[in-house]
Design a protein around this ligand. Structure first.
Ligand code: AMP
Ligand code: MG
Length: 416
């Protein structure tokens, strides 16, 4: 594949830009965890962040139990049992078991308690049942097919630590030690609005000169996936008054305000001016592509992140900057995402003077390696690239590479 193109094929500006790493350091240095906690039902805890560690009061499994449908027995009884062993009891999952009578076996099913005295389970596929005896086609070893009490979780184990985001598997793990409820940080409230007189809402007919407001929907999806509560003020017109009112209203209700558009230096970019009036503003021109301008500041105590307007820039800067900021505010212990090496499926011959985030899709080569192919049009307005792709290739300033070289890949799935 030839080198993907951008809007202008040029890099006009290299002065007074700060690096992505420096911007990240400044931004994350200002993120304060919420620390307010609440109880939730384990069943409703998806995506919440744990505020108290979970220590087990029980063993999982609680008793030695069978991993197979088969026969529980003493290994020492099998050797001299050419004639077979009689079945002395039948134990189903959920039953209690009597001690195993010497010289007999117990019919047992998966999950049923292993009777005292038994030291192995032979699966039923390796047993031959005659009228009143069972013979075995394979020898048994001690412990075989027995799931030991506490082999998953032992009493006193810390199974989940503070700052863990709860996925389905953590919900199940908490339930496996009997926890009906969990202590989590309360949901982060994120106030959002969208600047631009060119914006129309989907559902309306598009008047001349207008475009649909896609950033609103992108941010809803990304914020919901992060478990945030969204306070959506919609489209705010491009006037200083409206922008000021929007910023004030959002910051009054939310823990964090995120906006899109209006952070450049054009005459119609009021976010910067409004924020300077209401609070404090740091404007960063970041040496990255897409997404150069990023505003950060506070309205009162409420932090503010002003994303650029271009839809791909919104997607990139939200994932790269707002996501770790939000994760840190939510109390997550691991809020940074580290790239992984994959093979480049295309050449990158020209050194850039901004760090680039190329939208790529991974393919598996015939020898089983992961190789990244770039979307052919990498313009900051081409939202199709973000849906087609499953991650970014991060190209550092001055980096070039050839097909087959190792490059740094950030999967979109990691921004969760
Ligand atoms: P701005 O930063 O306000 O100058 O916007 C930069 C570009 O992004 C312009 O082409 C805008 O039309 C576009 N844009 C701004 N906001 C949105 C939005 N909410 N949805 C889609 N495109 C937008
Ligand atoms: Mg605008």
């Amino acid at each position: 594949m030839s080198k993907p193109t951008n809007d202008c094929g040029c890099d006009r500006d290299s002065g007074d830009l700060i690096s992505v790493d420096r911007a990240m350091e400044l931004l994350l240095g200002a993120a304060r965890p919420l620390r307010v906690t609440e109880a939730v039902d384990t069943i409703s805890s998806l995506n919440r962040v744990l505020a108290a560690s979970c220590i087990s009061a029980v063993n999982v499994p609680p008793m030695d139990n069978s991993a197979m449908d088969g026969y529980a027995l003493r290994v020492s009884d099998v050797g001299d049992a050419d004639a077979g062993l009689p079945v002395s009891q039948r134990i189903c999952a959920g039953d209690t078991a009597d001690p195993l009578q010497p010289g007999t076996v117990a019919r047992i099913f998966t999950g049923a308690p292993v009777p005292a005295g038994a030291d192995a389970v032979i699966m039923q596929e390796q047993a031959e049942v005659t009228d009143d005896k069972v013979c075995f086609t394979n020898p048994a070893t001690i412990g075989q097919n027995i799931r030991r009490s506490g082999e998953d979780v032992a009493v006193g184990d810390e199974i989940l630590t503070v700052g863990t985001r709860l996925r389905g598997q953590e919900m199940g793990l908490a339930a496996s030690i009997g926890l009906l409820g969990l202590e989590v940080y309360r949901k982060l409230k994120v106030g959002i609005f969208f600047t631009g007189d060119e914006l129309s809402e989907p559902g309306q007919e598009l008047a001349p000169g207008k475009i649909y407001d896609s950033n609103r929907f992108t941010l809803h999806g990304l914020l919901s996936a992060l478990g945030c509560e969204i306070i959506d003020l919609g489209i705010v017109e491009d006037t200083l008054d409206a922008t000021r009112t929007g910023l004030q209203a959002a910051s009054d209700q939310a823990d964090l305000v995120v906006t899109s558009g209006g952070v450049s230096v054009g005459e119609e970019d009021y976010v910067r001016i409004a924020l300077e009036e209401l609070g404090e503003l740091t404007m960063w021109r970041i040496a990255m592509k897409p997404g150069k301008p990023l505003a950060f500041g506070h309205v009162g105590e409420t932090p503010f992140i002003g994303l650029p307007g271009n839809p791909v820039s919104v997607f990139a800067t939200f994932n790269l900057f707002a996501t770790p900021f939000i994760k840190k505010m939510q109390g997550m212990a691991n809020y940074l995402t580290a790239p992984i090496p994959v093979i480049a499926g295309f050449d990158w011959p020209r050194e850039g003077n901004r760090q680039e985030y190329l939208r790529v899709k991974l393919e598996i080569t015939t020898d089983g390696q992961r190789r990244a192919q770039a979307y052919p049009h990498q313009g900051s307005g081409v939202l199709t690239s973000t849906s087609w792709a499953d991650g970014f290739i991060v190209v550092s300033i001055g980096e070039t590479f050839k097909q087959g070289d190792l490059v740094n890949y950030l999967p979109f799935s990691e921004f969760r």
